[in-house]
Design a protein. Structure first.
Ligand code: NDP
Ligand code: 8X3
Length: 253
């Protein structure tokens, strides 16, 4: 295995679990996020555990200049990116639309939509110039096709990821770049703590009475999609806890 995978949002949750899983599979990985201390700790862990080749890049995906500069300055052994996992994202707030805060709306739109676009453009252009295909994995959500009360802007950003995944699949077809959208339901990560602005008790309440997915569960779906032969593209994977049918129906004990 000599493939290079870049994972955005690898400091926590699904991205961190994906970095572990891909390093375990022998991929060379570029891990990114804003928290440099976590990136350094993960690099040390994966180097020690798997002898993995890991490169860290600390930047904010909302900042176009930072994204482009980070991706320009890659060491030679990490320069040919085969796989991009567009994972960085968040929900911020859970309010009725008339009570929404600009700060929350901007954080979600700028990260989940515009950040994903900046990274995708920069990396897909590198893949195209190289001419050896590639694979882009986008973290969508069950909220990418359903809207729940108070989910308004978060759901809209994941609807955008759903549409953009389809658009990428069409536009990048001629370059043999595969595009997979991973669409989980409830995954217990730092997601709800971030959504509730650090309120851990409220976040824990989200998962009470059911067994949610873990970041590792989602990472395994990503590994499976990436491991298909080159003539197969997995367009979408929707995965939920057994206790969740969709955004509306949950069986809470
Ligand atoms: P976490 O909060 O645990 O992880 C989010 C990651 O995104 C962190 O590594 C964070 O890194 C990174 N990130 C957030 N904002 C930025 C930014 N501006 N620049 C760079 N990195 C950023 O949540 P999850 O692992 O659950 O979420 C990962 C993805 O999965 C998201 O796109 C989310 O929408 C999606 N998802 C989550 C579900 C869930 O129930 N948890 C279900 C369906 C989809 P740092 O703070 O260090 O920058
Ligand atoms: C995250 C899952 O149900 O909070 O995308 O929208 S949910």
């Amino acid at each position: 295995m000599n493939k290079v995978a870049l994972i955005t949002g690898a400091t926590s949750g699904i991205g961190e679990a994906t970095a572990r899983a891909l390093a375990g599979e022998g991929y060379k990985i570029i891990i990114t996020g804003r928290r440099g201390d976590r990136l350094a700790a993960l690099k040390a862990e994966l180097t020690e555990k798997f002898g993995a080749q890991v490169h860290t890049k600390c930047f904010d995906v909302r900042d176009k200049e930072q994204c482009e500069a980070a991706l320009r300055a890659l060491p030679e052994e990490f320069a040919n990116i085969d796989i991009l996992v567009n994972n960085a994202g968040l929900a911020s707030g859970l309010e009725h639309i008339n009570e929404g805060a600009d700060e929350d709306w901007n954080a979600m739109i700028d990260t989940n939509v515009k950040g994903l676009l900046y990274i995708t453009r920069a990396i897909s252009n590198r893949m195209i110039v190289r001419g050896e295909g590639g694979h882009i994995v986008n973290l969508g959500s069950t909220a990418g096709t359903q809207v729940y009360e108070n989910g308004n802007v978060y759901c809209a950003t994941k609807h955008a990821v759903h549409a953009l995944s389809h658009g990428m699949r069409i536009d990048l077809l001629r370059h043999r770049i595969r595009v997979t959208e991973i669409r989980p339901g409830m995954v217990e990560t730092e997601f709800s703590v971030v959504r509730f602005h650090g309120d851990k008790n409220r976040a824990d309440g989200v998962y009470k009475g059911l067994k949610p997915l873990s970041g590792e569960d989602v990472a395994q779906a990503i590994v499976w999609a990436l491991s298909q032969p080159s003539h197969i593209n997995i367009s979408e994977i929707v995965l939920t806890p057994t206790a969740q049918a969709d955004s509306y129906y949950k069986f809470v004990e």
